[in-house]
Design a protein around this ligand. Structure first.
Ligand SMILES: Cc1cc2nc3c(=O)[nH]c(=O)nc-3n(C[C@H](O)[C@H](O)[C@H](O)COP(=O)(O)OP(=O)(O)OC[C@H]3O[C@@H](n4cnc5c(N)ncnc54)[C@H](O)[C@@H]3O)c2cc1C
Length: 443
């Protein structure tokens, strides 16, 4: 009874939290409309003059550089671009090696089902407000070093000066499918997805290593689509989804077992000299397989900062930040970090938390641009830790938790693409039109 009351209270808190988000979105879009109106008025009044640049602004153009344009960096770019002057006094430079926005949530699913792989590559560009697109420069390369006043580009050695810098490099550097695409362009990325689908299809015995969300989802999808296949999930902890509460762990395990996935807990694949197609486990057991998918291994991509601010990098590799999300080095107040790379106290880092942090970073950068003190203080919210876990092709469970209270919401899933069309629309793109233009490399 007590736990039912606690769940009901949590549900109410969730409703209040969601209303708060709606209100915040409403206020933001009203503010953005106001800014657009002011832009239009300014453009009208300066139409007779030869330059549209604000005469009171400095003659020098200043740069806001954003490194990494996924959930955190791209969202920060959008908010900053909605609010800063677009008269030429400021530029936004986005450094991101991927040619398209690579949407992670659909990767485990599109590693299994065929025919949708292109959809996970969403064109960059239209998520940014129209008003600011002329001040945005895209650099589709890697940043290799961060200095006190500039960022170095690995492929070209260009030094891009910055006045404000946002580090949003996440935790997927060097990873392969299904955790990240493992390629920068859509053609190669789609090909890798198709190869994975084919390998899974052809394997009589599939082994999946890693019982986090990617491993659980991929194993469940594969077993549901190919029920005659043997699918084994190997996980080193004593529960799948071990970073979440016991209710979700139990639900995930049951979902896998109901589908017929064999789950081996507290087992780890060890390096061995074994013949190909045999996985030796820590216990000494040997597992034969036709295809093996590794779903582990994310770690924060903070190396860029190592030389400039080693003390701001925690033992875990995350970038230490202050509540303003400025990095934890008072001598570098113009550098911010957000998303998976930042140490923010979020228990289960995810895209929602990354975007929320991006909002705080962007608000603080805009305050600084206006000559004001960055004063927006980020605190993690339990509600940002929500996860929607698919357990096969036709069902999912959404999980919230606060303290020891967990809330599970079950749903039947009808759309095998996990509503990726809506994501395109949300990103300002028309599903599944991909035309050249905005978001492409600019000199
Ligand atoms: C398979 C999978 C499914 C997931 N499903 C969900 C889900 O359903 N819901 C949810 O909320 N979260 C989900 N997540 C978690 C979510 O994807 C991450 O929390 C989120 O991607 C973090 O966003 P980010 O912008 O901080 O970093 P990332 O998404 O890791 O992006 C970092 C970006 O920085 C770029 N970058 C890295 N190094 C450099 C460099 N040197 N120079 C320039 N650019 C660089 C990368 O190319 C990348 O685009 C999932 C994760 C995975 C792996």
């Amino acid at each position: 009874m007590g736990s039912r009351v606690a769940s009901a209270v949590l549900y109410l808190k969730l409703v209040v939290y969601s209303l708060g988000l709606l209100l915040d979105n409403f206020k933001r879009s009203r503010a953005a409309r106001k800014v657009a109106l002011e832009d239009a008025k300014r453009a009208d009044s300066s139409s007779s003059s030869s330059s549209s640049k604000d005469p009171s602004a400095s003659t020098e153009t200043r740069n806001i550089v954003i490194v990494g344009a996924s959930f955190a960096g791209y969202h920060a770019a959008r908010i900053i671009a909605s609010s800063i002057p677009v008269d030429g006094s400021w530029n936004i430079v986005i450094v991101e090696p991927n040619q398209h926005y690579q949407f992670t949530w659909t990767l485990p699913r599109f590693c299994v089902i065929q025919g949708h792989e292109d959809k996970t590559f969403i064109p960059y560009g239209p998520y940014l407000p129209e008003r600011a697109r002329h001040i945005v420069r895209w650099v589709h390369h890697h940043a290799s070093r961060i200095g006190k006043t500039s960022v170095t580009i690995r492929e070209t050695n260009e030094e891009i000066p910055y006045d404000y810098l946002v580090i949003a490099t996440g935790s997927g550097l060097g990873l392969q499918l299904p955790s990240r695409v493992g390629a920068q362009d859509k053609k190669k990325g789609s090909e890798l997805l198709r190869q994975m689908q084919q390998s899974i299809k052809e394997a009589g015995r599939l082994v999946v290593i890693g019982g986090g969300a990617a491993g659980v989802e991929l194993a469940a999808d594969a077993k549901e689509l190919y029920p005659d296949k043997s699918v084994t999930l190997v996980h080193s902890r004593n529960a799948v989804m071990h970073r979440f509460g016991p209710d979700l762990q139990a639900e995930a395990l049951k979902g896998l077992r109901d589908l017929g996935v064999e789950v081996m807990l507290e087992e780890r694949a060890v390096q061995s000299e074994d013949e190909p197609g045999v996985l030796t486990l820590r216990s000494g057991k040997k597992l034969e397989f036709d295809f093996c998918v590794n779903c582990g291994g994310q770690s924060p991509s903070s190396q860029l900062l190592q030389e400039l601010a080693p003390a701001a990098i925690a033992e875990s590799g995350h970038i230490r930040v202050r509540p303003t999300l400025q990095i934890d080095d008072p001598s570098l107040p113009n550098i911010y970090a957000c998303g998976d790379v930042a140490q923010t106290g979020v228990r289960n880092p995810n895209a929602r938390a990354a975007m929320k942090q991006a909002q705080y970073v962007a608000d603080n950068v805009v305050l600084a641009v206006q000559g004001r003190e960055p004063s927006k203080l980020y605190t993690p919210s339990w509600a940002d830790g929500v996860i929607k876990l698919t357990l096969g092709l036709s069902r999912s469970v959404t999980h919230f938790s606060k303290g020891k209270t967990e809330l599970l919401m079950h749903a039947k899933e009808k759309d095998e693409t996990l509503m990726i069309a809506q994501v395109w629309t949300h990103m300002g793109a028309t599903p599944y039109e991909d035309v050249d233009g905005v978001g492409k490399e600019t000199a």
